[in-house]
Design a protein around this ligand. Structure first.
Ligand code: LLP
Length: 453
């Protein structure tokens, strides 16, 4: 097997070509075309199970229950939602569309959470009608809105209040969500007021008979490699919970610690180990609750990337190869080989948006050629259309070669666009030596059909 950042089912065949779960990538390309998102089902299930069992064991050991929600924003298809559920996970959604998809996959409403900082009335009503287990409210206006709509439907809406703890973690400023100057959540920091926006919101929810306050939610960022941030944020949330109990007499039952567990994108990257991080967080929250003299709540987490990221790769075909002379930082000249593939920023916006680093290899054959400094670029009309900023590829890389980019399972297809009228690639699942299409390739007819002339 080839190892991280590739999925566990990836290996090289005797002739040097890559296979995923026993399927030769040349066969995948021939059958499904390129570019294609390829998803290793067994790897996805293994990671889903690993997170669930690690957190259940660690939190169970300190006497707390825990639920694992798969964050559908990373990649949500009907099959993926079913796999998550079959592995004992619930599903976290962030829009009416994601909710519709989870429902189509027959995930019971009670096992779905709905997020969003600006949910529409229609989204809230859909969630209420589906009987979702939790709506995570994000502002005072929204609390009023959910209460109003719940009254209209004659139901009591189960809500969690999303708070910002001031803990900042993660790979990139746009990905970090718990520091103060951003749109999500309600701050636990009073900042000159007599009480914090978070406390105001919690008390407001408690006052409303149309709402049931389940608990407090915190998500601190994404692609987090150092678990300290989770522990710090959990401590802040548990203190807020104790303060609320003091103010209102209500000790809420649930605390959600969000997602953000980091993965390996490059060879040599260290991913968060679910067992270690689960133990660290469980011990830390148990200590805080003991210190506060409160019982432990039921916890939940919402990993997305850590479940589906490593399970995916993107398969491309090389179209052109062009050596470009560039001057390096020390003034010397070097040659960078630009390798253009048949996709680009429309199927993976992360390098352009976050400067995210990826790893690529020529996968349809072996090569003994020396390695050269290469940049993998797409076919879009802009120079920022970069798939892999820097990678060593064989000097004989040429048109027609198959090239795979590792660890694209999360936020690839889900953030894909039709820039330059490119149809979005299919999602192809591979397991036990065979492949099946989960989401078909878009066609030009699909795109033209939207334009009413
Ligand atoms: N829960 C909440 C409330 C979130 O906002 C997110 C991600 C997650 C869970 C899942 O986080 P994960 O475990 O996948 O890191 N599109 C970006 C990241 C932004 C994600 C926003 N929220 C990316 O491509 O890295």
């Amino acid at each position: 097997m080839t190892g991280a950042p590739w999925s566990t089912g990836v290996g090289r065949l005797p002739d040097g070509a890559l296979a995923v779960a026993g399927v030769d990538v040349r066969d995948l390309a021939a059958e499904h075309g390129t570019p294609a998102y390829v998803l290793d089902e067994t790897d996805f299930r293994m990671r889903a199970r690993a997170y669930r069992t690690a957190f259940e064991a660690a939190f169970g050991a300190v006497g707390a229950g825990v639920d694992v929600y798969y964050a559908g924003k990373a990649l949500l298809t009907v099959a993926v939602a079913r796999w998550a559920r079959e592995e004992g996970l619930r599903v976290d959604t962030a829009s009416g569309g994601e909710l519709a998809l989870a429902l189509r996959a027959e995930v019971p409403g009670a096992e779905i959470g709905l997020h969003g900082n600006n949910k529409s009335d229609a989204e809230i009503l859909r969630a209420l009608d589906a009987g979702v287990g939790r709506i995570i409210v994000d502002s005072l206006v929204e609390i009023e809105r959910v209460a109003y709509l719940a009254a209209e439907r004659g139901v009591v809406a189960p809500v969690m209040v999303r708070v910002t703890t001031g803990v900042h973690a993660g790979g990139h400023e746009y990905i970090a969500t718990a520091h103060e100057d951003q749109k999500f959540g309600l701050s636990v920091n009073p900042a000159g007021r007599s009480e914090s926006p978070a406390m105001t919101a919690l008390l407001d929810v408690l006052k409303r008979p149309e709402l049931k306050l389940l608990g407090i939610h915190s998500h601190i960022g994404s692609q987090i490699i150092d678990p300290d941030g989770f522990e710090a944020a959990a401590g802040v949330v548990l203190r807020l919970r104790a303060d609320l109990a003091e103010r209102s007499g209500v000790l809420v039952d649930e605390v959600d610690l969000g997602g953000g567990y980091g993965i390996a994108y490059l060879p040599g990257d260290v991913a968060l180990d679910p067992e270690r991080v689960a133990k660290d967080i469980a011990q830390s929250v148990a200590g805080v609750c003991q210190e506060l003299g409160t019982s432990l709540p039921r916890f939940s987490i919402e990993p997305g990337r850590a479940i589906v990221g490593p399970a995916g790769l993107t398969l491309y075909t090389v179209g052109t190869v062009k050596p470009v002379t560039v001057s390096s930082d020390d003034g010397t000249e070097l040659t960078r080989t630009y390798v253009s593939v048949d996709g680009g920023m429309s199927d993976n916006i992360r390098p352009a948006l976050y400067g995210a680093a990826y790893h690529a290899e020529v996968v349809g054959r072996s090569s003994t050629a020396e390695r050269v400094l290469a940049r993998v670029v797409g076919k879009h009309c802009e120079s920022g259309d970069i798939v892999v900023h820097e990678v060593q590829l064989p000097a004989d890389v040429r048109a027609g070669d198959l090239l795979a980019v590792a660890a694209t399972g999360a936020y690839g297809r889900s953030m894909a666009s039709n820039y330059n009228m490119l149809p979005r690639p299919p999602v192809v699942a591979v397991a036990d030596g065979s492949s099946r299409v989960l989401v078909r390739r878009e066609t030009e007819a699909d795109l033209l059909g939207l334009d009413l002339g």
